[in-house]
Each structure stands twice: as C-alpha cells, then as structure tokens.
Design a protein around this ligand. Structure first.
Ligand code: SAM
Ligand code: DTB
Ligand code: SF4
Length: 341
C-alpha cells in the first residue's frame, strides 16, 4: 500500500527560514528546504502557497504583461532552448532593432487591450553602448503611453542599467534560467556568474529585478529547487518579479525533443516560488499555449499572479487575448489596473 495515501501521522509544515529562530534573513533558503517544500503532498503545498499569496496580494488579481521582440534572432549565444540563437536552424529570421514609432504603436495596442506592463526583448548577448541609448528612447516611448516598462537585452555593462533607469525603466528581466549545476548543460557561451553580475548591476542602479527560469529542460526536482533557492536568496532581496517558463520546444534547437514535464510538477514550481518569494509577482510565463485551462487554473491557485498577454511571446505563440479573457472570466480573476510596485 502506498503510505503517502494512507498516512496517519499529521503533516508537519516545513517552516520557511523567516519562521525559524536561527535564520531570519534573505539568503536562508537551502536547496534542501526547498526540496522539502516540493515534496509536500500536492494539496498541502497548494494550501500553503495560497495562504502566503493572500497575505500579500488580492488572490483574484492578475497582472497582464505584453511582450514585444524589439530585435529578433541572430544571437551569438548558444542557449539550448532558444530559437533565436545563430547556432541552431530554427527558421527565425534576424531583424534590426525596431523603430520608436512601431514600438509606441505596439504599446498603445497593449494598453488598449488591458496590459499594465510592456516588456521589450532583444536577442543580444549584451547590448552595445549605442543599443542601450536606442532602447532608452523606446523606454521613454513606453512610459509616455502609460505602461510599466521592462526590458530584457542580455548582459549589462557598467552604466547601462543607470541609462535605462534614467529613461524610466521599471524592471530589467534577466533569468538565472536553471540551477548552477545544470546551467552548463544548456549554455556554454557565458556562465552563471555573468548572470548574477548583471542582476547585481540592475539592483545597484535601483531598477526592479525580474528574474526566473525555465523548467522542463531535463533538470531534476533538486535542480528546480536549487534554482528557486538561488532566486530566493538573491541579495539584498529576491526579485520583485519571477517568470516561471515551461520550455517551449522549438524545432531545430537541441531541446526540441525533450520529454514533457509532468504539468503538476510545473504547478509545484509555481507554488514553491510563491512560498519562498512571497511579495514577488510570480508570472506563469512561456508555455501557456500548450497548457490546458485546468493546469493554468491550478497555477493561479498556486500563487501565480501575472501572465504574458497577447498572441505572441518573442518568436513563439501565446494564447490569444479572447482565450485569456474567457479563462479569467471563468475563473473569476480580474486584471490588475494600477501601476507601481
Ligand atoms: N537575450 C536576452 C537574454 O537571454 O537574457 C533576452 C531575451 S531571452 C529570449 C529571455 C528569456 O526567454 C530567456 O532567459 C529564457 O528564460 C526565455 N526563453 C527563451 N527561449 C525559451 C523557450 N523556448 N522556452 C521557454 N523560455 C524561453
Ligand atoms: C521570460 O522569462 N520569458 C519571456 C521573457 N522573459 C522575455 C520570453 C519567452 C520566450 C519564449 C520563446 C520565444 O517566443 O521565442
Ligand atoms: Fe540569445 Fe537570449 Fe536566446 Fe540566449 S536566450 S540565444 S542570449 S536571445
């Protein structure tokens, strides 16, 4: 007989570090403590995540963030999941940086559709000085429209985060993507420390941090837990925004034939992110188009409170606006209307 089904002893909550006497600061989540969360019975884990969620947020509110690929393809990095890498033949054509007017128009459409955040993605390893100046113009345009501005441009060098901040950038997205000991299996052209250094620069400039990762790349549960521990332990605080992506398998990339992750494990990942980073916007990010409405509903119940909104991510598809509106209505969720932290 399965003793997890017939368990008679009471379930003991795994305490979060802030609840224990010996560890009360950020930096205290061990991978083992996060694994212990993952290992909770599903309903217990969700109950705890929901409890944390409603301590900090209206659990019926979801942030709508629209993505725009402002510079597509031709990227010199070899990220094994990415259709925009020059190393893989995925049929994605390389393009130049979009003009300010085009970006402004897209932001106006996103706002009219109900989004509050606008995230601009560029397929760069690291932007050059002139790229940063050009993106600063785009940030100004997005802010003029009245949206929160986020950018994901790759690694930032000295001064870049400050230039973007001065243009009004609210968030910079740079994902840790995976556990330190799995990272090298997926990307060889830069290392984990490079990612941490960029996040440090973003923080140092006073720009809010958006950082998360991808699951379903063949990592173990322990490695998923290690990624969460890295994010939750970021100093001086965990990211304000945490995108959890389910791998979108793209033909031509090394991960095209990766086995599907159990959707319930994805839900667990969301719940664990919510518990370990209680005040963060946890975004149910890439992979929603391939996800059933029921699994998405479980993700919201597990504490996700942000989605990418609009029919496209960067190069791949996302549920269209009608489907998302209908889903939110069925679930009694409403879109966030206010801007700010
Ligand atoms: N080039 C910049 C960088 O890598 O930081 C910014 C753009 S990059 C496409 C942003 C993020 O998209 C990656 O860090 C990764 O988490 C996510 N991503 C890319 N391809 C993906 C895929 N096939 N499935 C899920 N997430 C993906
Ligand atoms: C993030 O965490 N996910 C987004 C965004 N940040 C930039 C990107 C998802 C990309 C999915 C694959 C594609 O459309 O190219
Ligand atoms: Fe380039 Fe970013 Fe894609 Fe990596 S994830 S190949 S850095 S666009």
């Amino acid at each position: 007989m399965n003793d997890t089904i017939l368990r008679e002893e009471p379930i003991h909550w795994v305490q979060s570090p802030s609840q224990t006497a010996e560890a009360s600061s950020v930096g205290a989540w061990s991978t083992e403590a996060v694994v212990a969360l993952f290992d909770q019975p599903f309903t217990e884990l969700l109950f705890r995540a929901q409890t944390v969620h409603r301590e900090h947020f209206d659990p019926t509110e979801v942030e709508l963030a629209t993505l725009l690929s402002i510079k597509t393809g031709g990227c010199p990095e070899d990220c094994g999941y990415c259709p925009q890498s020059v190393h893989y033949d995925t049929g994605v054509a390389a393009s130049k940086l979009m003009a300010v007017e085009e970006v402004r128009d897209a932001a106006v459409r996103a706002k009219a559709a109900g989004a509050t955040r606008f995230c601009m993605g560029a397929a760069w390893r690291a932007p050059k000085e002139r790229d940063v100046q050009a993106v600063a113009e785009l940030v100004r345009a997005v802010k003029d429209v009245g949206l929160e501005a986020c950018a994901t441009l790759g690694m930032l060098n000295e001064g870049h985060a400050e230039t973007l901040r001065d243009a009004g950038l609210d968030y910079y997205n740079h994902n840790l993507d995976s556990a330190p000991d799995f990272y090298g299996d997926i990307i060889t052209t830069r290392d984990y420390q490079d990612r941490l250094d960029t996040l440090q620069r973003v923080r140092g400039a006073g720009v809010r941090v958006c950082s998360g990762g991808i699951v379903g790349m063949g990592e173990t549960r322990v490695q998923r837990a290690a990624l969460i521990a890295q994010l939750a332990n970021l100093a001086p605080d965990y990211p304000e925004s945490v995108p959890i992506n389910n791998l979108v398998k793209v033909e031509g990339t090394p991960l095209a034939d990766q086995a599907e992750l159990d959707p319930l494990e994805f839900v667990r990942m969301i719940a664990v992110a919510r518990i370990t980073m209680p005040r963060a916007r946890v975004r149910l990010s890439a992979g929603r188009q391939q996800m059933s409405d029921a699994v998405q509903a479980l993700c919201f119940a597990a504490g996700a409170n942000s989605i990418f909104y609009g029919e496209k991510l960067l190069t791949t598809g996302n549920p269209d606006i009608e489907r998302d509106r209908a889903l939110m209505q069925r679930l009694g969720l409403h879109a966030r209307h206010t801007l700010g932290a």
